[in-house]
Design a protein around this ligand. Sequence first.
Ligand code: AMP
Length: 279
Amino acid sequence: MKIVESIPELRKELSKLAHPIGFVPTMGYLHEGHLSLVRKAREGNPSVVVSIFANPTQFAPEEDLENYPRDIKRDLELLTTEGADVVWIPTVEVMYPEGYQTWVEVESLSTMLEGSFRPTHFRGVTTVVAKLFNAVGPDRAYFGQKDAQQAVVIQQMVRDLNYPIEIVVCSIIREDDGLAMSSRNTYLNENERVAARCLSRGLFQARDAFLSGERRAETLTQIVSDEVKAEELADLQYVSCADPETLVELDGEVKSCLISMAVYIGKTRLIDNIILGVS
Ligand code: AMP
């Protein structure tokens, strides 16, 4: 496994790889969710490239970039085990050299859901992912359904900018008790960790109701919000029932939907979601 920092070093290693190249962008502090993407990439492609970069432009000033968990040594051990070919760990200077001033923005989709609470977030995501795509030139790129809106936004960017890259969206990997895996889960203390189960509990109850025939968007979101509000340490920021492709908020009877949510557990902001009615 080659570990590279600069773009020239990366290009040199890429030139030795057979196509198709599967690419997994991450911010590091890897867990089974990330590794499931690497495994999918490994299964489907002769070459696998992983990037590790905690992208400052997708964090607002009051967000947690400084404290974002890091353990590069452990990440590299895990990636060696998974059989990644190249790991690219650019510095902030490599990605955003002095004088940097170009941005990639997916306009409408970036303002919805998460974007209404984190107005600069997706501009940072699309800019960095475009730069990562330009440098790596992958044939396929792997993203998690955990960040449902991110996957939709990236797919739109790929269509709009004609990237010849297939986007593969992989299912959410959860802890045994249902909590969606996330690097941010490490911020939770013992009581908060227990409280954090309310997100998936609410989503699974909505899923069960949907499977029993409940189709009203308002009822499905109410089920989720009741479950979260019953949890003392949880503070629900939003719960949405939206079209899984356009992210437009739905009301009345739905055939399929993306139920997504953000919840503060203490100071930690967690997101989770579930897609209903799509096989
Ligand atoms: P991050 O390091 O948080 O930027 O995540 C890198 C990639 O891993 C993104 O495409 C995430 O959606 C994906 N990911 C993070 N957590 C999970 C999870 N629990 N299950 C599946 N994919 C995940």
